[in-house]
Design a protein around this ligand. Sequence first.
Ligand SMILES: *Cc1c(COP(=O)(O)O)cnc(C)c1O
Length: 406
Amino acid sequence: MTCRLDPVAPAPPRSAAPLPGPLAWIGEAFDAVRRAGLERPHRVRGGRQGREVVLDGRRLVNFGSNDYLGYCGDVRLTKAASKAACAEGFGAGASPLVSGQSQAHERLEAAIAALLDVPAAIAFPSGFAANAATIPALVGPGDLVASDERNHASLIDGCRLARAEVAIYPHRDVAALDRVLASAGKARRKLVVTDTLFSMDGTLAPLADLADVAARHGAMLMVDEAHATGVFGARGSGLVEAAGCAAGVHVRVGTLSKALGAAGGFVAGHAELIRWLRHAARAWIFSTAHPPAVAAAACRAIELVGAEPDRRTALLATAASFRDRLAAAGLDVAACGGQIVPVVVGDAARAVAVAGSLATEGFFVPAIRPPSVPAGGSLVRTSVCWHHTADDLARLAALLVRHVRN
Ligand SMILES: *Cc1c(COP(=O)(O)O)cnc(C)c1O
């Protein structure tokens, strides 16, 4: 079941017509972005995700995707999606609240709950939507959210939407979090939110300590496992499972779009928490559900995570030896704890130049610049995946050492 698409014709040149007066500010704002060296490339991908990727017509070894287990291009997901599309049609038609939830979504939510070993789960159109909707469903004016300074943009936006007081604590600093919570005596409710595997610096949250501190202050603990779902833990449910602290984590968010190779986000936990989200999470109530085909593909991926634990163990072992290799050559990757291995370059222009040199040598490793990372902390981010070969990793390590160290 391999289908090919006709190549997309190159986009026609942009119109040089001036912006209408009320939009003229956009031209000036964009010039400032360009002067700061922060213009983002718009690339077009040919074909599917996998060990290699075709970007703007160039075939590169793909270290720039979150396809950690190699399921994005897996025909078993495509088949599950086709079968569901045949059975239930393509579009979902409306929000699940209005038009009813599809069979595929019902099965998916049960599969997520079983994977995480919790009573219930709710599927959202994306991980971003899950975070942006869940925080405002848990806290509001008069409440306090404590948020790690390196949290993902979707958690940051969720905090903003909640209109609660937001206290940003230093990265992974449990003592600072303790002080924040101790001085929040008047708050009606307290919520601690954190990524588990941080997407930009590759570090792990100190989950057991966070759970202790949250418990001591009677705070809710919400964690975002977007990069850990499918990768960590004996069942593959994430870092909460790996750290053995499920009892201390109240709200577990994950995504179906990274290691699971499909699309969508989820929240899992107590059945009454999930019922509450079906009444209060606006991105679930007011957004059309995914096509049932997407839910069926995600469900198939969860089965594969259960059936193929060798993929995640091999991935984590490969990532650890890649980190060791870089560290032995003097690159600073000591803080990373998983398959995301960023190499800090510093200056934004230099990160782009390093990524460009790596592309010339056949590797796609994206440059990450502000605002995704703090100013001066630009980096090239290597995402190790199950399908990378020992030779891919050896060659990339040698290139990183050559281009970053001098
Ligand atoms: C990617 C990501 C999300 C968003 O998930 P999507 O399913 O891609 O919308 C949320 N949180 C973190 C930490 C992420 O890295």
